[in-house]
Design a protein around this ligand. Structure first.
Ligand code: DGL
Length: 268
């Protein structure tokens, strides 16, 4: 496989597979390389410095292979470090597609002035206020409530769907959304579509907005299909078999997942 026509897709773990799942539908002829930084997850409780360090390692890895396009299948990265990554890596020849910035229009579409949108996300994404600022560019009258959901990524990565603690945590966050009168609830972390069955015990499915289709649509507006045969390769930084098992719900990986070692973050 040569990589100059390959699209890199990155996340901390299996979350980005919810995006990849849509990307392969709209770009069936494309070659993808998926990178899950399982050694360093969850990103959502880390500092911007740490996340930037992890992100740069992944983009450098893509660059070494010759990849030219990268989809950030991670809200936390899109919220905290996209601008820095764009500045540094676009001049090196990478074209980067961010998540939140690409889906805000669709996320706000069809709502009435004054309506409330709640965003379930990692703590880092919620703290950044990125969903609110991007949605308000589309419609400043919308009320955006960002709800941090620490621990949700771990529920998905460790497949803890049936525990009392998971149900309690989900109920608690949904209560906040419903008390705020949410007309729409954004799954503002790519891990959360895995939780849709649990989340929809508290509200109808139609209320949830999963950004993956919108992101895939915006990527396919720029990258075109060809007659080539599509393919996906998978890389992680830890536990390839766990990655396969936890990711199954969105992507059935029927090949080897390569484990790569990345430099470790050290505070100086
Ligand atoms: N899936 C990522 C996101 O969309 C990161 C989750 C995490 O590692 O905390 O934010």
């Amino acid at each position: 496989m040569t990589y100059s026509d390959t699209i890199g897709v990155m996340d901390s773990g299996v979350g980005g597979l919810t995006i990849l799942n849509e990307l392969v539908k709209v770009l069936p002829s494309s070659k993808f390389i998926y990178f899950g930084d399982t050694q360093n997850l969850p990103y959502g409780c880390k500092s911007k410095d740490e996340i930037l360090f992890f992100n740069k390692n992944i983009l450098n890895f893509f660059l070494t292979l010759g990849v030219k396009d990268v989809v950030i299948a991670c809200n936390t990265t899109s919220a905290l470090t996209y601008e820095d990554l764009k500045k540094e890596f676009e001049s090196k020849g990478l074209r980067i597609f961010p998540l939140i910035q690409s889906v805000a229009y669709d996320a706000a579409f069809g709502l009435n002035d004054g309506d409330c949108i709640c965003v379930l996300s990692t703590a880092a994404t919620a703290k950044s206020g990125k969903y609110a600022s991007e949605i308000k560019k589309v419609n400043p009258s919308l009320r955006v409530v960002e709800i941090p959901c620490p621990g949700f990524t771990e529920i998905v990565e460790n497949r803890l769907y049936d525990t009392k603690e998971s149900h309690k945590a989900i109920e608690e966050k949904m209560k906040i959304a419903l008390e705020n009168g949410a007309k729409r609830i954004i799954l503002g972390c790519t891990h959360y579509p895995y939780l849709l069955n649990l989340l929809s015990e508290f509200a109808p499915r139609e209320i949830f907005f999963n950004p993956s289709k919108s992101l895939a649509k915006s990527v396919s507006a720029i990258i075109k299909n060809t007659d080539d045969k599509g393919d996906v390769e998978f890389y992680v930084t830890k536990n390839p078999e766990e990655f396969k098992n936890s990711g199954k719900m969105f992507f059935d990986i029927d090949k080897d997942v390569t484990c790569v070692k990345m430099p470790e973050f050290s505070r100086v």
